[in-house]
Design a protein around this ligand. Structure first.
Ligand SMILES: [Mg+2]
Length: 267
Protein backbone atom coordinates (compact mmCIF):
# COMPACT_ATOMS: atom_id res chain seq x y z
CA UNK A 1 0.00 0.00 0.00
CA UNK A 2 2.85 2.38 0.92
CA UNK A 3 4.54 1.51 -2.29
CA UNK A 4 1.44 2.43 -4.31
CA UNK A 5 1.23 5.79 -2.48
CA UNK A 6 4.90 6.40 -3.21
CA UNK A 7 4.35 5.71 -6.89
CA UNK A 8 1.44 8.12 -7.05
CA UNK A 9 3.46 10.89 -5.41
CA UNK A 10 6.37 10.21 -7.71
CA UNK A 11 4.23 10.56 -10.83
CA UNK A 12 2.55 13.65 -9.49
CA UNK A 13 5.87 15.41 -8.81
CA UNK A 14 7.28 14.23 -12.13
CA UNK A 15 4.27 15.66 -13.94
CA UNK A 16 4.46 19.00 -12.13
CA UNK A 17 8.16 19.31 -12.72
CA UNK A 18 7.95 18.36 -16.41
CA UNK A 19 4.92 20.69 -16.84
CA UNK A 20 6.78 23.63 -15.32
CA UNK A 21 9.82 22.80 -17.40
CA UNK A 22 7.66 22.95 -20.49
CA UNK A 23 5.95 26.19 -19.42
CA UNK A 24 8.59 28.55 -18.07
CA UNK A 25 6.07 31.38 -17.58
CA UNK A 26 4.22 29.49 -14.89
CA UNK A 27 5.87 30.27 -11.58
CA UNK A 28 5.10 28.55 -8.31
CA UNK A 29 2.43 30.68 -6.72
CA UNK A 30 -0.66 30.05 -4.55
CA UNK A 31 -3.70 28.99 -6.54
CA UNK A 32 -6.09 30.97 -4.30
CA UNK A 33 -5.32 34.55 -3.45
CA UNK A 34 -6.88 35.75 -0.21
CA UNK A 35 -7.06 39.50 0.26
CA UNK A 36 -7.42 40.78 3.81
CA UNK A 37 -11.00 41.94 4.46
CA UNK A 38 -10.02 45.50 5.34
CA UNK A 39 -10.09 47.24 2.01
CA UNK A 40 -11.01 50.91 2.00
CA UNK A 41 -14.42 50.00 0.59
CA UNK A 42 -15.17 47.63 3.47
CA UNK A 43 -14.00 50.14 6.06
CA UNK A 44 -16.16 52.88 4.54
CA UNK A 45 -19.16 50.56 4.58
CA UNK A 46 -18.57 49.74 8.25
CA UNK A 47 -18.20 53.43 9.05
CA UNK A 48 -21.42 54.22 7.20
CA UNK A 49 -23.26 51.53 9.20
CA UNK A 50 -21.85 52.94 12.43
CA UNK A 51 -23.01 56.50 11.57
CA UNK A 52 -26.47 55.14 10.72
CA UNK A 53 -26.67 53.34 14.06
CA UNK A 54 -25.58 56.41 16.02
CA UNK A 55 -27.99 58.69 14.14
CA UNK A 56 -30.89 56.25 14.62
CA UNK A 57 -30.06 56.27 18.31
CA UNK A 58 -30.01 60.09 18.27
CA UNK A 59 -33.38 60.21 16.49
CA UNK A 60 -34.86 57.78 19.00
CA UNK A 61 -33.66 60.02 21.83
CA UNK A 62 -35.25 63.03 20.09
CA UNK A 63 -38.62 61.32 19.73
CA UNK A 64 -38.56 59.96 23.28
CA UNK A 65 -37.72 63.45 24.61
CA UNK A 66 -34.56 62.19 26.25
CA UNK A 67 -32.30 64.91 24.87
CA UNK A 68 -31.69 68.30 26.34
CA UNK A 69 -32.58 71.32 24.21
CA UNK A 70 -30.76 71.16 20.86
CA UNK A 71 -30.34 73.80 18.20
CA UNK A 72 -29.40 71.84 15.08
CA UNK A 73 -29.17 68.32 13.82
CA UNK A 74 -25.68 66.86 14.53
CA UNK A 75 -23.52 67.47 11.45
CA UNK A 76 -22.76 63.78 11.00
CA UNK A 77 -26.52 63.03 10.98
CA UNK A 78 -27.50 65.60 8.33
CA UNK A 79 -27.54 63.05 5.51
CA UNK A 80 -29.31 60.52 7.71
CA UNK A 81 -32.08 63.00 8.61
CA UNK A 82 -32.47 63.96 4.97
CA UNK A 83 -32.81 60.30 3.93
CA UNK A 84 -35.31 59.70 6.74
CA UNK A 85 -37.65 62.64 6.09
CA UNK A 86 -37.51 62.19 2.32
CA UNK A 87 -37.96 58.43 2.48
CA UNK A 88 -40.57 55.90 3.49
CA UNK A 89 -39.51 55.73 7.14
CA UNK A 90 -40.96 59.15 7.95
CA UNK A 91 -44.22 58.40 6.09
CA UNK A 92 -44.60 55.07 7.88
CA UNK A 93 -43.97 56.70 11.26
CA UNK A 94 -46.47 59.48 10.50
CA UNK A 95 -49.09 56.95 9.43
CA UNK A 96 -48.56 54.88 12.54
CA UNK A 97 -49.16 57.88 14.80
CA UNK A 98 -52.31 58.89 12.90
CA UNK A 99 -53.65 55.34 12.82
CA UNK A 100 -53.15 54.89 16.56
CA UNK A 101 -54.74 58.28 17.23
CA UNK A 102 -57.68 57.30 15.03
CA UNK A 103 -58.19 54.04 16.92
CA UNK A 104 -58.17 55.97 20.20
CA UNK A 105 -60.52 58.70 18.86
CA UNK A 106 -63.07 56.05 17.88
CA UNK A 107 -62.87 54.50 21.34
CA UNK A 108 -63.85 57.76 23.10
CA UNK A 109 -67.47 57.98 24.14
CA UNK A 110 -68.52 61.48 23.22
CA UNK A 111 -71.16 63.21 25.30
CA UNK A 112 -73.95 65.26 23.80
CA UNK A 113 -72.81 68.59 25.29
CA UNK A 114 -70.37 69.35 22.44
CA UNK A 115 -67.43 69.72 24.82
CA UNK A 116 -65.27 66.84 23.64
CA UNK A 117 -62.19 68.33 22.04
CA UNK A 118 -59.07 67.43 20.08
CA UNK A 119 -56.10 69.78 19.75
CA UNK A 120 -53.84 69.87 16.72
CA UNK A 121 -50.59 71.74 16.29
CA UNK A 122 -50.04 73.05 12.74
CA UNK A 123 -46.39 73.05 11.58
CA UNK A 124 -44.98 69.57 10.98
CA UNK A 125 -48.24 68.18 12.39
CA UNK A 126 -50.94 69.20 9.89
CA UNK A 127 -48.78 71.13 7.44
CA UNK A 128 -45.37 70.05 6.22
CA UNK A 129 -42.59 72.60 5.87
CA UNK A 130 -40.31 70.08 4.19
CA UNK A 131 -39.96 72.25 1.04
CA UNK A 132 -38.51 74.97 3.30
CA UNK A 133 -36.19 72.59 5.16
CA UNK A 134 -34.98 71.09 1.88
CA UNK A 135 -33.54 74.53 1.18
CA UNK A 136 -32.11 74.85 4.70
CA UNK A 137 -30.17 71.67 5.34
CA UNK A 138 -32.97 69.61 6.92
CA UNK A 139 -32.30 71.10 10.33
CA UNK A 140 -28.54 71.52 9.95
CA UNK A 141 -28.87 75.32 9.84
CA UNK A 142 -29.78 77.29 12.95
CA UNK A 143 -33.44 78.33 12.71
CA UNK A 144 -33.87 81.71 11.06
CA UNK A 145 -37.29 83.12 11.91
CA UNK A 146 -37.09 85.85 9.23
CA UNK A 147 -36.41 83.31 6.50
CA UNK A 148 -39.06 80.98 7.85
CA UNK A 149 -41.64 83.80 7.91
CA UNK A 150 -41.00 84.40 4.21
CA UNK A 151 -41.86 80.76 3.58
CA UNK A 152 -44.96 80.92 5.82
CA UNK A 153 -46.17 83.96 3.87
CA UNK A 154 -46.19 81.95 0.66
CA UNK A 155 -48.96 79.75 2.14
CA UNK A 156 -47.59 76.83 0.17
CA UNK A 157 -47.01 74.23 2.86
CA UNK A 158 -48.58 70.93 1.81
CA UNK A 159 -50.71 68.76 4.09
CA UNK A 160 -49.26 65.80 5.91
CA UNK A 161 -51.64 63.32 4.32
CA UNK A 162 -51.93 60.94 7.26
CA UNK A 163 -52.72 63.90 9.55
CA UNK A 164 -55.37 65.17 7.15
CA UNK A 165 -56.99 61.74 7.28
CA UNK A 166 -56.97 61.76 11.10
CA UNK A 167 -58.27 65.33 11.13
CA UNK A 168 -61.25 64.39 8.99
CA UNK A 169 -61.92 61.30 11.12
CA UNK A 170 -61.85 63.33 14.33
CA UNK A 171 -64.19 65.96 12.89
CA UNK A 172 -66.47 63.24 11.55
CA UNK A 173 -66.68 61.64 14.99
CA UNK A 174 -67.98 64.93 16.40
CA UNK A 175 -64.98 66.27 18.33
CA UNK A 176 -64.46 70.00 18.56
CA UNK A 177 -61.20 70.70 16.76
CA UNK A 178 -58.85 73.36 18.09
CA UNK A 179 -55.77 74.36 16.16
CA UNK A 180 -53.11 75.64 18.53
CA UNK A 181 -50.01 77.00 16.84
CA UNK A 182 -46.86 78.88 17.75
CA UNK A 183 -47.34 81.02 14.64
CA UNK A 184 -47.92 84.68 15.25
CA UNK A 185 -51.36 86.33 15.12
CA UNK A 186 -50.07 88.48 12.23
CA UNK A 187 -50.03 85.29 10.15
CA UNK A 188 -53.67 84.41 10.81
CA UNK A 189 -55.09 85.03 7.36
CA UNK A 190 -52.13 83.49 5.51
CA UNK A 191 -52.35 80.45 7.80
CA UNK A 192 -56.08 80.11 7.08
CA UNK A 193 -55.32 80.32 3.34
CA UNK A 194 -52.60 77.70 3.64
CA UNK A 195 -54.78 75.35 5.70
CA UNK A 196 -57.63 75.69 3.22
CA UNK A 197 -55.32 75.15 0.24
CA UNK A 198 -53.97 72.00 1.87
CA UNK A 199 -57.46 70.56 2.50
CA UNK A 200 -58.16 71.63 6.09
CA UNK A 201 -61.50 73.35 5.69
CA UNK A 202 -63.14 73.36 9.09
CA UNK A 203 -62.21 73.89 12.73
CA UNK A 204 -63.76 75.33 15.85
CA UNK A 205 -60.90 77.58 16.95
CA UNK A 206 -57.62 78.67 15.48
CA UNK A 207 -55.34 79.95 18.24
CA UNK A 208 -52.16 81.86 17.35
CA UNK A 209 -49.64 83.68 19.54
CA UNK A 210 -50.91 87.15 20.42
CA UNK A 211 -48.52 89.94 21.41
CA UNK A 212 -48.99 88.87 25.07
CA UNK A 213 -47.76 85.39 24.23
CA UNK A 214 -44.54 86.40 22.52
CA UNK A 215 -41.47 85.42 24.47
CA UNK A 216 -43.22 82.62 26.36
CA UNK A 217 -41.87 79.12 26.10
CA UNK A 218 -44.09 77.04 23.83
CA UNK A 219 -44.83 74.65 26.71
CA UNK A 220 -46.20 77.54 28.80
CA UNK A 221 -48.07 79.27 25.98
CA UNK A 222 -49.75 76.07 24.83
CA UNK A 223 -50.55 74.92 28.37
CA UNK A 224 -52.19 78.28 29.10
CA UNK A 225 -54.32 78.01 25.98
CA UNK A 226 -55.38 74.46 26.86
CA UNK A 227 -56.13 75.67 30.35
CA UNK A 228 -58.52 78.26 28.90
CA UNK A 229 -60.24 75.47 26.97
CA UNK A 230 -60.73 73.35 30.07
CA UNK A 231 -61.97 76.42 31.98
CA UNK A 232 -64.59 76.77 29.26
CA UNK A 233 -65.64 73.21 30.04
CA UNK A 234 -63.93 71.40 27.19
CA UNK A 235 -62.55 67.92 27.77
CA UNK A 236 -59.33 67.54 25.77
CA UNK A 237 -59.23 63.89 24.79
CA UNK A 238 -56.47 63.99 22.22
CA UNK A 239 -53.58 66.26 21.30
CA UNK A 240 -51.43 65.84 18.20
CA UNK A 241 -48.09 67.63 17.90
CA UNK A 242 -44.58 67.21 16.57
CA UNK A 243 -42.94 68.83 19.62
CA UNK A 244 -43.09 67.69 23.21
CA UNK A 245 -43.81 71.33 24.05
CA UNK A 246 -47.11 70.88 22.17
CA UNK A 247 -48.05 68.06 24.50
CA UNK A 248 -46.51 68.56 27.96
CA UNK A 249 -47.08 71.14 30.70
CA UNK A 250 -50.47 71.50 32.37
CA UNK A 251 -54.07 70.94 31.25
CA UNK A 252 -52.71 68.06 29.25
CA UNK A 253 -54.92 65.92 27.05
CA UNK A 254 -55.97 62.41 28.04
CA UNK A 255 -53.81 61.04 25.24
CA UNK A 256 -50.94 62.74 23.43
CA UNK A 257 -49.80 61.75 19.97
CA UNK A 258 -46.23 62.69 19.12
CA UNK A 259 -45.70 63.16 15.41
CA UNK A 260 -42.07 62.54 14.36
CA UNK A 261 -39.78 65.50 13.73
CA UNK A 262 -35.99 65.09 13.79
CA UNK A 263 -35.32 68.47 12.13
CA UNK A 264 -35.84 70.95 14.96
CA UNK A 265 -36.64 71.35 18.62
CA UNK A 266 -38.90 73.94 20.24
CA UNK A 267 -38.76 74.21 24.06
MG1 LIG B 1 -45.23 71.92 15.13
Amino acid sequence: MNFVRFLCLFFLFSFTFSHETLNPHILPRPLILEYPDNTIETRLKELDEEVKLLCTSWRFAVEANNLGPWKTVPRECAEYVKDYVMGRGYRIDLERVSNEAGVYAKSVELSSDGKDAWVFDIDETLLSNLPYYQEHGYGLEIFDSMEFDKWVEKANAPAIESSLKLYEEVLGLGFKVFLLTGRSEKHRSITVDNLNNAGFQKWDKLILRSSDDHGKLATIYKSEKRSEMTEEGYRIHGNSGDQWSDLLGFSMSDRSFKVPNPMYYIP
